[in-house]
Ligand binder design. Structure first.
Ligand SMILES: Cc1cc2nc3c(=O)[nH]c(=O)nc-3n(C[C@H](O)[C@H](O)[C@H](O)COP(=O)(O)OP(=O)(O)OC[C@H]3O[C@@H](n4cnc5c(N)ncnc54)[C@H](O)[C@@H]3O)c2cc1C
Length: 574
């Protein structure tokens, strides 16, 4: 048997970005091979099964993708995508936010300000346009100067809600913007924290709108409220995987790539690691190689200095992939966790909860004021060590229930109760001042600290009730998913070059790379970065059409805010 195989496109990495790109390209009729290092596909859209029949979600849990064109374009409903609709609506229900002194109500001004920023008060509402403009549009070509007039979300506001449009909007922090439009401190604090965990932190300058819209993807009624895919985000990934396979993509697991083959300055294929299931084999690409893996590995290891300008190499080295990471906890208990006396009666009376089981949705705790938020940010971004914020003041959020079909064994698991995930931002391993294994060395203490933090709101985490505490440290996250950056799509630096046309390195901003035929489609380099949005693959499609690699059928539509590159094929068809 020949050692070489040949496809039109080789995709390295079967995380959500790699697999969605493969689905798009296979639908265009190209032969596509996806190569995945691990035994399973999904990247950080994974599930673990620590007990037979019990699945937990150590990473991606929240569905931020609902306005993505990929649902229609890839027809994910035909490939098994199902959503468990949550009717819980933070804008119309009298939602309260959890603070150290109990629930505090939010006001009509909070709700109306939030609704207005999210395009709900337009006639007609323009939420989908706003979200698509923020995330689902490729950066403008390098020859186009980025101005207040041509940034997609600025255009949407100007057209639909002109009183929000100001020259300052692109300079502001999310907290600045919320101070203008909303009222209560606890609402603003909760939203800023949610933005920090979603990508662009609430206190970062220049990302007010991406920060607001990333949280609105989880909270507005017309983005699905807190609905989650059946089977969690891994269920969503399955639909994408099936779409890719149904269009003919070949997916190979246990196939780590070691090298991107470059001949005469052009990427022509990849070489697998000797230990791969198809050890050492060369897989050639007629049209393109797509690196859907982290930017360091892709360029510093697989391409190497021989093929890259030293300036670009230095910029890639300068991108620290590690900012905060999330410490994730899931509990197996004898009796279900219950809200403690300070919080119980109130929420139960309102019947608030999400998923078919109406599991209480605790949201973010404690939201008292932005001082608490800043204390937590300082711990992670400043102290770079074990947390010093007292457990009573550590900010955490409670993931949605990962609902399963009633016939699924998890839904009727008899031996105890499995909680939703709880998450806290912590210093990422390689920035920890006591060394990158510190989080693991302190794991028992960290687990106890986390339980104390969650016990501010829930009862049942005591030794007598606890069967097991599954926790994933930043180190665990890294080992399981190469190149994760803690869910943060802005990466670790907060500066101009983390934004859109520059993100995070201008040479890679439009997913092209200095190597002809090599594209980069991973959260660590492409706009808009992390979260399982189907955004990088959709945006990349514009570029692959421009370069004559992909020729989609009638199902394709480009972003209305996309500006074609001079001298290239326009991705706007017809
Ligand atoms: C704790 C945590 C919580 C998160 N929560 C959410 C959430 O609720 N909602 C959400 O939308 N997003 C969430 N995210 C972010 C989201 O999971 C990531 O943004 C997303 O997985 C990025 O997808 P990707 O395809 O770019 O990369 P990855 O998911 O990292 O996939 C890359 C793939 O490439 C493979 N690979 C690496 N090296 C090689 C090699 N040499 N050869 C072959 N294959 C290789 C990896 O094994 C992996 O499968 C979270 C992330 C974390 C860490």
């Amino acid at each position: 048997m020949s050692k070489d195989e040949r496809f039109d496109v080789v995709v390295i990495g079967a995380g959500p970005n790699g697999m969605t790109t493969a689905a798009y390209l296979a639908k265009c009729g190209l032969s596509v091979c996806v190569l995945e290092e691990r035994t399973e596909c999904g990247g950080a859209c994974e599930t673990q099964e620590p007990i037979p029949g019990v699945r937990i979600f150590p990473h991606a849990m929240l569905m931020y993708a609902s306005p993505a064109p990929g649902f229609e374009q890839l027809e994910l409903h035909k490939h098994g995508f199902r959503m468990n609709w949550s009717p819980h609506d933070v804008l119309t229900e009298n939602t309260d936010f959890a603070c150290t002194d109990g629930w505090r109500p939010i006001t009509d001004k909070d709700k109306l300000g939030w609704a207005k920023l999210g395009g709900l008060l337009g006639t007609p509402p323009f939420t989908r346009d706003l979200m698509r403009a923020t995330f689902w549009c490729p950066p403008h070509p390098p020859e186009v100067e980025v101005t207040d007039e041509n940034v997609p979300y600025m255009q949407v506001y100007k057209q639909h809600q002109p009183d929000i449009w100001t020259h300052e909007l692109r300079e502001m922090t999310m907290l600045d913007l919320l101070d203008e439009h909303c009222e209560t401190e606890h609402f603003k604090t909760a939203m800023a924290f949610a933005a920090w965990a979603s990508g662009a932190a609430g206190h970062w300058e220049g990302v007010a709108i991406p920060a607001v819209t990333s949280v609105q993807l989880l909270t507005l009624p017309n983005t699905g409220n807190r609905s989650i895919p059946r089977g969690g985000l891994h269920g969503y990934f399955h639909a994408i995987h099936r779409a890719a396979v149904s269009h003919g993509a070949v997916v190979r697991t246990c196939c780590p790539v070691d090298e991107i083959l470059i001949e005469d300055g052009r990427a022509v294929g990849v070489r697998l690691r000797e230990t791969a299931a198809m050890g050492g084999r060369t897989i050639r690409a007629n049209k393109a190689v797509i690196a859907a893996i982290d930017v360091h590995q892709a360029f510093l290891k697989m391409v190497g200095p021989r093929h890259l300008d030293p300036g670009v190499i230095q910029k890639i080295k300068d991108v620290s992939l590690k900012n905060q990471t999330l410490y994730v906890s899931v509990f197996h208990t004898k009796t279900p966790l219950k809200l403690n006396a300070k919080f119980a009666s109130h929420q139960e009376a309102k019947g608030i909860g999400s998923g078919p089981g109406r599991t209480p949705q605790l949201g973010v705790y404690p939201c008292d004021s932005r001082e608490i938020y800043y204390e937590n940010v300082a711990d992670v971004d400043g102290h770079k060590g074990q947390p010093v914020v007292p457990a009573e003041r550590v900010m955490w959020f409670h993931g949605p229930p990962q609902t399963f079909d009633p016939t699924d064994c998890q839904a009727s698991y008899k031996r105890g109760y499995i909680s939703n995930a709880f998450e806290v931002a912590v210093t990422s391993p390689d920035l920890h001042k006591e060394g990158e294994d510190a989080l693991d060395r302190y794991k028992a203490e960290m687990d106890a600290y986390m339980r104390k933090a969650y016990s501010q709101m829930v009862d049942g985490l005591d030794d007598a009730n606890l069967i097991h505490h599954w926790s994933a440290t930043g180190r665990d996250v890294e080992f399981r998913n190469t190149g994760l950056i803690g869910g943060t799509w802005c990466g670790s630096r907060h500066d101009e070059d983390q934004l859109w046309t520059n993100r995070p390195i201008q040479e890679l901003a439009r997913y092209r790379t200095p190597i002809e035929g090599l594209y980069h489609a991973h959260q660590t380099s492409g706009h808009p970065g992390g979260l399982c949005l189907m955004a990088i693959p959709y945006n990349l499609m514009h570029i692959l059409i421009e370069d004559g690699i992909a020729e989609p059928g009638d199902w394709w539509y480009a972003s209305p805010w996309y500006i074609p590159q001079h001298g290239k094929i326009s991705a706007r068809r017809g």
